[in-house]
Design a binder for this molecule. Structure first.
Ligand code: MGD
Ligand code: MGD
Ligand code: SF4
Ligand code: MO
Length: 890
């Protein structure tokens, strides 16, 4: 092996969530990199969660899209770009520019996003540009605009350090924003900050809360209407602030009173008991420094905008906004959800936080010198995909998102894609469900991914950080902005798309934000408009606004401290919200209301986290969390397979019976797709009724029914490279050390499976153990001394445990003892299901430490390292401690 000189460490930003942690990446010179937290980044000060820590495991090129593809065959860039530009031109000529649509992503860099938005809205002239952020925080955007006149996040992360009360609404922060969650729990240790969690599920976040309010799905605005009434009735209003800086309190309060006049009314609407509601109201009323952080349990709702405004109303009523330790805080999901809002990627925005007044349209037209500027809003995601079905949209370009999995009613979208004249997908991976679909003409364009691409992202607290490339471009992959600019040139718009670097695009974006702004728009980064290439390269994270007066550049941590808002009269608005009601209630045929969301160690449709064996170990099959009463009523058993169906589609999931779910309100994760499981993608089921204000679809409450699926056998197959299983089997794929795993269920018995294995691995040595009378079979396949595959099968009610086999499969050439252990399924070193992903510590190892006397999280850490790196698993460890077990037994 040749020695490589150590490569320099590069400062960049995590690929995942909106916390926006700084990362230090040290490439190993062979396509990989060592990853550490950046101690100087103000979002994380050196910490990373399990997903961030495992970024290095996700850099391999397996499954990457490395070359352009045209209708399923490899093509040159020349040919592929020609097909895109030619297809767009033909579509525009025949059907007009508004038959073209773009569907973008909060995972694009600001520079990519800016170019896509400019091309579509200014040059092609189609308003139909929307983004997966529609499914993510468009309700928060709409709530901000209704209340503040602008899409402004008023506060910052320091507010979490300085708050005395943090209220989490519809946010599983411990799993989805883990590093912010650690800031919250630090505040608790340091200043006694209390934590209230409002979520129908008892999540890991809720397990640690001082007060947990398991409210009925969809009922948040009743709870916050009741709070507004309580604040008014207890004299907690900030009369001075209300008088000086707001309008509309009376109407909002009247409405709140009509919905939630007293505790009994709130209890009836939310299903919570009155004492707990009263406790929450008293905590909120009595605490000046309160941050209310909200996420998808608020946004992804048919009344998502009202939920946001019901929360903001309570902060305006108490003047708790824009001051240290106080304010509403919309937690953004994706690494650049905020950047997408800034460039105007949503269909109801134009650019740089400008909308569609004639002055704004004219201003952007002049700035861009745009020949085909659009003059009004385009279709939002759900309507946009419906318009493909009705034939209004003929050409679609998807960039950086996997809508065939993540959109509601995705089965219909899958069928509609086939009718498109032109279907373009810019992707990093070759096998996402969206990349695997076909239109009449299909072009796949290989994009640079994290670690290769260069540009900026904005996090939840308005902080712009650089993502920097530290790997060479693989295959023929190119930056999204470069691909888009090439297509613009081919459409005859070369002059407006002369970009040769991300820095040049950033400067233009910054200049547009300041163009004729004069303090009228919140988003202003004019202070960066003439940043040089070198300065851009080395720039440190900065919070917007970034303005320049004379020679001085200034930035702001918080907005609205001065009580001035971006409405025409400078006052914030109270909003009268609607009485909560589910878009579709449960029915006798569909008696459950399905909730969906995330798990700790997976990211969305798993195109990246699915490659890490560490991350796959925490949750490795698609599951349904369901209350014991519902499980009993439907005849489901823990660990069995259930078919879940809604009016739109179905999925088969492994049952996890738990009283963490409210009765009637099961939960399924959004992460599995056709690439990783047989029938388990969330988009098939979700109803997606739109919030009337934001157009954000309901993804947390879909009427559903569930029945057991009586498979005969359960088992797993571990192989060195990916394999597929016969039609009709239930399966889920996961990465394991040394290869790939399939956990499966089938109606075949042990005899058929034994025959299958002999067929699959002809010519190799099969070591087998069979007890056909009991439906059990184990098999290890050797090529010489090398272990190449391993399978275990049992009857459905006694499925084999895979932990021991997984540990043994890490060996290339097992010794005699290991060979025996593979056939018995028992190994001394098995550690149980992984809890700590960073150090690979399993449940059994942790319970052993606790049994041996470790009585605290710290003691467990000292004994077995679990929880000592990223800390994402600390809530799970705490739950295993004797104190927690005693509490749950009481
Ligand atoms: N591990 C991990 N982290 C992620 C992501 C990921 O894929 N994996 N994705 C990122 C992205 S893009 C996003 S948007 C964020 C999302 O972050 P979160 O919003 O925290 O995540 P979710 O699991 O979608 O939903 C949050 C909670 O809303 C609850 N909920 C459902 N209905 C209601 C309701 O009516 N009222 C209330 N109050 N709560 C309700 C659910 O039970 C769930 O626990 O996470 C980001 N971080
Ligand atoms: N039922 C239900 N549905 C949901 C949700 C839910 O909670 N429940 N959550 C919703 C939310 S909040 C979100 S954010 C969405 C997320 O859903 P998606 O955006 O569909 O999910 P991802 O898996 O993140 O898809 C991103 C894709 O972009 C590719 N990619 C990554 N980086 C780049 C790049 O730089 N360039 C290009 N061209 N491609 C890139 C990745 O390989 C991946 O295939 O799902 C939404 N859908
Ligand atoms: S909290 Fe985790 S996933 Fe989110 S940015 Fe930080 S390291 Fe990445
Ligand atoms: Mo999201």
């Amino acid at each position: 092996m040749t020695a490589h000189a150590p490569e320099p460490t590069v400062r960049t930003t995590c690929a995942y969530c909106g916390v926006g942690c700084g990362v230090l990446a040290t490439p190993d010179g062979q396509g990989g990199a060592a990853i550490a937290g950046d101690p100087d980044h103000p979002a994380n000060f050196g910490r990373l969660c399990s997903k961030g820590s495992a970024l290095g495991e996700t850099l391999g090129l397996e499954d990457r899209l490395l070359h352009p593809m045209l209708d399923g065959r490899r093509a040159s860039w020349e040919e592929a770009l020609g097909a895109v530009a030619g297809g767009l031109r033909r579509t525009i000529e025949r059907h007009g520019p508004d038959s073209v649509a773009f569907y973008l992503s909060g995972q694009l860099l600001t520079e990519d996003y800016y170019v896509a938005n400019k091309l579509a809205k200014g040059f092609i002239g189609t308003p139909h540009v929307d983004t997966n952020s529609r499914l993510c925080m468009s309700s928060a955007v709409a709530a901000h605009r209704r209340a503040f006149g602008s899409d402004t996040v008023p506060g910052c992360y320091e507010d979490l350090d300085e708050a005395d009360l943090i209220v989490l609404v519809g946010s599983n922060t411990a799993w989805c924003h883990p590093i912010l969650y650690r800031r919250m729990t630090d505040a608790r240790t340091k200043r006694g900050t209390r934590l209230v969690v409002i979520d129908p599920r008892r999540t890991q976040t809720a397990e640690e809360a001082d007060l947990f309010l398991p409210l009925a799905p969809g009922s948040d605005s009743a709870l916050f209407s009741g709070l507004l009434v309580h604040l008014a009735d207890t004299g907690t209003l900030d009369a001075g602030f209300i008088e000086r800086s707001t309008s509309g309190l009376d109407a909002a309060l009247d409405r709140a009173r009509s919905i939630a006049p007293n505790l009994a009314a709130v209890a009836a609407l939310t299903g919570l008991d009155e004492a707990r509601i009263a406790e929450f109201y008293a905590m909120f009323a009595d605490t000046e420094r309160v941050v209310t952080a909200f996420s998808q349990g608020a946004n992804q709702s048919a009344q998502g905008t009202d939920k946001g405004n019901a929360i903001i109303n309570c902060h305006l009523a108490t003047g708790r906004i824009g001051t240290p330790g106080a304010g509403p805080l919309s937690l953004t999901g994706q690494p650049n959800a905020m950047g997408g809002r800034e460039v105007g990627g949503l269909a109801n925005m134009l650019a740089a936080h400008m909308h569609f007044t004639p002055e704004e349209v004219d201003r952007v037209r002049r700035f861009w010198k745009a020949p085909n500027i659009i003059t009004g809003e385009g279709m939002k995601a759900v309507a946009l995909f419906e318009a493909i079905e009705t034939g209004r949209i003929k050409a679609l370009w998807v960039i950086g998102t996997n809508p065939l999995v993540s959109m509601p009613r995705a089965e219909r979208i899958r069928a509609a894609i086939e009718t498109l004249d032109l279907y373009v997908v810019s992707e990093v991976v070759a096998d996402s469900d969206t990349a695997a679909a076909r239109g009449k003409r299909t072009v796949l364009l290989p994009a640079l991914g994290w670690g290769e691409k260069d540009g900026t992202v904005t996090n939840t607290e308005r902080r712009i950080s650089r993502q920097r490339g530290f790997l060479t471009a693989p295959g023929e992959a190119r930056a999204d902005w470069a691909i888009l600019s090439d297509v613009a040139r081919r459409l005859g718009h070369g002059e407006a798309f002369p970009y040769t670097s991300a820095a040049a695009i950033f400067r233009e974006h910054a200049a547009l934000s300041a163009f004729e702004n004069e303090g009228t728009r919140d988003f202003d980064i004019g202070g960066l408009a003439d940043i040089g290439d070198r300065a851009y390269d080395v720039s440190a994270p900065v919070q917007w606004p970034v303005t320049r007066k004379g020679g001085t550049v200034s930035t702001r941590k918080r907005l609205f401290a001065d009580g001035r808002f971006f409405t025409f009269d400078g006052r914030a608005r109270f909003v009268a919200v609607q009485r909560p009601a589910l878009a579709e209630p449960a029915t006798p045929q569909r008696p459950l209301v399905l909730n969906t969301g995330r798990v700790r160690d997976h990211w969305h449709t798993m195109t990246r986290t699915g490659r890490s064996q560490r991350l796959a170990a925490h949750r490795s099959v698609p599951f349904l969390e369901i209350h014991p009463d519902d499980a009993a009523a439907a005849g489901l058993t823990d660990g069995g397979i259930a078919r879940l169906s809604s009016a739109h589609g179905e999925a088969e999931l492994e049952v996890a019976v738990t009283d963490a779910a409210l009765p009637g309100n099961p939960f399924m994760p959004m992460h599995w797709s056709d690439a990783t499981a047989s029938r388990a993608f969330v988009g098939a089921l979700a109803q997606g009724a739109n919030d009337p204000v934001s157009g954000q679809p309901e993804l947390k409450a879909t009427p559903a029914a569930v029945t057991p699926v009586p498979y005969r056998s359960r088992g797993f197959l571990l192989t060195r490279s990916k394999r597929s299983l016969p039609e009709g089997w239930w399966w889920a794929r996961a990465t394991v050390v040394g290869g790939s795993a399939l956990q499966f269920a089938t109606n075949d018995g042990s005899r058929e499976i034994a025959l299958m294995m002999r067929g699959l691995f002809q010519g190799m040595e099969l070591a087998e153990y069979a007890d056909h009378a009991r439906g059990r079979y184990r098999c290890a396949v050797y090529d010489g001394e090398h272990l190449v595959a391993c399978l275990a099968l049992g009857p459905a009610e006694a499925r084999p445990d895979w932990e021991a086999a997984k540990a043994l499969f890490a060996l290339d050439a097992p010794d005699a003892a290991a060979r025996r252990a593979l056939l018995t399924g028992r190994a001394a070193s098995a550690a149980g299901p992984t809890v700590c992903a960073c150090h690979g510590v399993g449940l059994d190892a942790i319970t052993a430490c606790i049994a041996g006397g470790a009585g605290s999280v710290e003691a467990v850490g000292a004994a077995c390292k679990a929880g000592t790196n990223c800390g994402s698993c600390i809530p799970e460890i705490r739950k295993l401690l004797p104190a927690a077990l005693a509490r749950s037994a009481a």
